[in-house]
Design a binder for this molecule. Structure first.
Ligand SMILES: Cc1cc2nc3c(=O)[nH]c(=O)nc-3n(C[C@H](O)[C@H](O)[C@H](O)COP(=O)(O)OP(=O)(O)OC[C@H]3O[C@@H](n4cnc5c(N)ncnc54)[C@H](O)[C@@H]3O)c2cc1C
Length: 406
C-alpha cells in the first residue's frame, strides 16, 4: 500500500531479529552460573520453601542475598561502572535475567528502585542524585517504593491530589497514596505530588524523592487474598522533602513519570518468557499427576497457551534487538506489557482449569505440593492492573503506536 507506514518501519527496513549472543556474553553466562550455583542452597529451590516462611524472614533473607550478589558484581549489569554497575551489554542483561530464573534465584526486594527509578535517574537525574541513590540501592541499603496511585487516581493518574507546599528550601507534603508495593519495608518513595497550587491535570506535578522514616509519613499494610501484605497505604501529614530531591524539573513530574513508566512497561520479556515457560512445564506435571492431561479441552488450552508463550519469546528477542541497536522503545513498551501480562494470566487460568474444584487445595494429590503454584495463580490476577491496566495499554497502543484517532 503506497504511503502506508508500519509503526515498526516499512518492510524494506524491517528489523532483523538477532537470536544469538556474543562469545563475551556467553563467558559472562558461565561466570554468573558458577556464582549462582555456589550461592543458592538447594533447599531454596524446593517447592514451597519461600512460601512456608514468615513474610519478614522471607524479605530479609532475599535482601541479604541480593546485597551479596551485588557485591560480587552481579547487579546493575548494563549500568555504567561509575554508578556501581557492570557496564555490560543488553545481551548480558538478558542472559542475567534468564540465568536468575533458571537457577531459581530469590526474587529481588528492590524491583521498583532497580527496574524503574534507576534508569530514570541515569536518564534525567542530577549527578548528585545518581551518586547518592544508585549505589545504596544496588546494595539494598535503601528500599524504594513508588507513590503514584491514590484512592481517586489510578489509571487517571493526573487526578492526583497529594499536594506539596513550598516552605523555604523544602516542600511540605500532605495526602494519601495507595497500593504502594513494599510500603512496610520502604525507606524512600518516589512520589507524584501536585506542587503548583491551582494546577490541573498533568501540569504542576513534581516527582519528589521522600524519606519514609520521618514523623509525617505513615505506612499501613493492606491484606491480599493470598494472606500476604506486599503492598499498603502511605499517608503524608506535613511530611518534608528538600526541593533539591525532585527528580526532573519541578512542575514537570508528568514527563518524568512517563519516562519511568516506559521502563516499568518494557520490563525484560526474556526473563518473563524463561520463567513462564518453566511454570508451564510445572502445570503440565500437575495435569499429568491428576490425569487431566487426557482431557481434550485441557490439551487444547495448554497448546494455545504454549503458542502464546512462543510469541512472547520472539517478541522479547525483537525488543532486545531493538535495545541493542540503541533504539528507544517509547510507547511500544505498552505492547510488551500487554503481551506478557495477558500471556501470564492465560497460563494461570489453565492451571485453575486443571485443578477444577480442587483449586483451593494446597495438596490436591498426596505428595504434590502446589502452594507455590497457587501463589503464582493468585498473583497473576494483578498483572493486568499494575503498571497500567490492559485497557489503558490498548488505548496507548492504538493512539500512540498505531496513530488511530482518540
Ligand atoms: C499488585 C499491585 C501492585 C501495585 N503497586 C503499586 C505501587 O507500588 N505504586 C503505585 O503507585 N501503584 C501501584 N499499584 C496500583 C496500580 O498502578 C493501579 O491499580 C492501576 O494504575 C489502576 O488504577 P485503579 O486501581 O485505580 O483502577 P481504575 O483506574 O479505577 O480502573 C478501573 C477499571 O477501569 C478501566 N479503565 C480506566 N480508565 C480507562 C480508560 N481510559 N479506558 C478504558 N478503560 C479504563 C481499567 O482498565 C480498570 O479495568 C499496584 C497495583 C497492584 C494490583
Amino acid at each position: 500500500m503506497p504511503g502506508w507506514q508500519h509503526p515498526f518501519g516499512t518492510c524494506k527496513e524491517a528489523v532483523r531479529v538477532d537470536l544469538s549472543y556474543t562469545a563475551e556474553e556467553e563467558r559472562f553466562r558461565d561466570e554468573l552460573r558458577q556464582w549462582l550455583s555456589a550461592h543458592i542452597p538447594e533447599d531454596w529451590t524446593k517447592p514451597g520453601f519461600w512460601e512456608a516462611m514468615s513474610p519478614e524472614a522471607n524479605f530479609e533473607m532475599r535482601r541479604d542475598w541480593e546485597r551479596d550478589k551485588a557485591l560480587a558484581g552481579f547487579a546493575g549489569i548494563q549500568w555504567p561502572t561509575e554508578y556501581g554497575g557492570r557496564g555490560g551489554t543488553p545481551g548480558m542483561k538478558a542472559i542475567y535475567d534468564q540465568e536468575m530464573v533458571l537457577a531459581r534465584a530469590p526474587q529481588t526486594v528492590n524491583g521498583l528502585g532497580l527496574t524503574f527509578l534507576a534508569p530514570t535517574l541515569m536518564a534525567i537525574g542530577s549527578d548528585a542524585q545518581r551518586k547518592e541513590i544508585i549505589g545504596p540501592m544496588l546494595r539494598n541499603e535503601v528500599i524504594w517504593c513508588q507513590g503514584f496511585s491514590e484512592p481517586g487516581a489510578g489509571s487517571d493518574l493526573a487526578a492526583l491530589t497529594t499536594r506539596g507546599v513550598r516552605d523555604g528550601d523544602d516542600f511540605v507534603v500532605n495526602g494519601q497514596k495507595v497500593w504502594t508495593t513494599n510500603a512496610m519495608h520502604g525507606d524512600k518513595i518516589f512520589t507524584m505530588v501536585r506542587t503548583e497550587p491551582g494546577s490541573e491535570k498533568h501540569r504542576g506535578i513534581s516527582m519528589l524523592l521522600i524519606d519514609m522514616h520521618q514523623p509525617g509519613v505513615e505506612a499501613r499494610p493492606l491484606k491480599q487474598m493470598s494472606g500476604a501484605s506486599e503492598f499498603g497505604e502511605v499517608f503524608f501529614t506535613d511530611a518534608r522533602v528538600a526541593s533539591a530531591d525532585c527528580l526532573g524539573e519541578i512542575g514537570d513530574g508528568w514527563r518524568t513519570a512517563m519516562l519511568l513508566l516506559s521502563f516499568e512497561r518494557g520490563a525484560s520479556g526474556v526473563a518473563q518468557y524463561t520463567e513462564f515457560r518453566r511454570q508451564y512445564d510445572e502445570i503440565v506435571t500437575v495435569a499429568r499427576a491428576l490425569g487431566r492431561d487426557q482431557d481434550p479441552v485441557i490439551r487444547n488450552k495448554l497448546a494455545r497457551v504454549l503458542t502464546e508463550l512462543e510469541c512472547l519469546r520472539y517478541h522479547a528477542m525483537y525488543v532486545l534487538t531493538q535495545v541493542e541497536q540503541g533504539r528507544d522503545l517509547g510507547f511500544e513498551a505498552s505492547m510488551t506489557k500487554l503481551q506478557w501480562s495477558e500471556t501470564f494470566q492465560d497460563l494461570w487460568e489453565v492451571f485453575d482449569d486443571v485443578l477444577g474444584p480442587d483449586a483451593t487445595l494446597t495438596e490436591p494429590v498426596p505428595g504434590l505440593d502446589v502452594a507455590a503454584l497457587h501463589a503464582q495463580a493468585m498473583w497473576s490476577r494483578s498483572v493486568t492492573i499494575w503498571g497500567g491496566s490492559s485497557q489503558v495499554q490498548r488505548n496507548i497502543t492504538a493512539e500512540r503506536v498505531l496513530g488511530l484517532p482518540r
